[in-house]
Design a protein around this ligand. Sequence first.
Ligand code: EPU
Length: 431
Amino acid sequence: MEKFVVTGGNKLFGEVSISGAKNAAVAIIPAVILCDEPCTIENIPNISDVALIGRILQSMGAEIKRIDKSTLYIDPTHITTYCATNEMVRGMRASYYLLGALLGKYKKAKVALPGGCDFGVRPIDQHLKGFALLGADHDLINGAIIDLDCHGKLTGNHIYLDVVSVGATMNIMLAAVKAEGQTVIENAAKEPHIVDLANFLNSMGANIKGAGTDVIKIRGVEYLHGVTYSIIPDQIEAGTYMCAAAATRGAITVNNVTPKHLDSITAKLREMGVEVTEYDESVKIDATKRPLSKCNIKTMPHPGFPTDCQPQFAALLTTVPGTSIINENVWDNRYQYINEFLRMGAQISVESKLAIIEGGKELTAAPVKATDLRAGVALIIAALCAKGTTEISNIQFIERGYEDIVEKFSALGANIKKVYFRDDTDAKMNA
Ligand code: EPU
């Protein structure tokens, strides 16, 4: 068993470099299936979700070579199957992108239902509605495998999404790239990773217009050629370190970011009294100059405040005197982690979509569990602010999405270690 052991009290200072965006990488890697030649993808984050999607593609026949830590060469031309049904597929949420990519390429797809972080029901009805409008029927085999078939032909169509969904927007885009005629996705999601996927597909020869707005038009093409493409920086990883610096009242520079992608996070930090200075590819956060004030947050699809930074901001707001209210407006059940915060002495109550935080009470160390990826990293932030040494278990969730997290936090002055436990009483420190 592995845990993170974090001793609180150190303010974060220094510089951190942000890796490529997880939620772009987990779509762009399966998107290579659509390509008729090999591709080289740069700025890939070295995280377990990426390793897993790589292994899934390899199991289907793709050749994958790691050129360096953040560059993968992927040759999809030897993929011999439209099926991805093994256990690995269930290990991550984003394996649903295999549906769109395989359907686009082979006009058929058989993919195990996705797993991933569990924060309540995570439907994919909008993905399936989009595929149906392109001409693909679906069956659910034994409640565990989705079988899509368009009988040899995908045809472009108008698709209105009933909810703004990142996954459905990207999945439909993947299938529509090789559909006959034009597909229009209305009420599309606008996250930076949607633009990144569209840019990647266009660089291979696809014809996608409007990504980043709520109407995306895709004209199908027959052939996609190989490219070298660099993934955008991870907006949420950047937001996480910005938040951690503010929570410890430190001052850091966050490098390799696109400041525009961080607008909603920057705005909230400024509202609280944190000084944020933007440069071309970095932002500087300074929380040393004045006391921070409480604030309210409502999560929304992009360009609103990202749900994936909600738990990290909850950790920050526990350190700020006064009552702050979070309104989680994207997911129905993304507050499981609050129980872990309560164990550390935080004063938070949850009423439906709202978390009401009475901030400014001292947090104290406790054994806590990551309940999902962002919840886990929020516990690290809470632990950095707490009195004493906190042990965080279930860290496999955190390692799904954060590259070199111990090294990055340590370089900023945090006291954090990864520790291997044989059992709860016998700890062996990581040398
Ligand atoms: N929804 C539906 N039907 C659908 C799809 C979604 O009702 O067919 C609902 C969901 O239940 C949710 C809302 O629409 O209430 C938004 O879901 P969305 O489809 O946008 O989420 P997702 O594509 O499954 C991605 C990220 C999540 C992030 C959300 C929202 C990936 C792999 N995951 O999930 O990231 O929270 O968008 O921005 O891109 C994370 O990185 O920690 C993470 C959970």
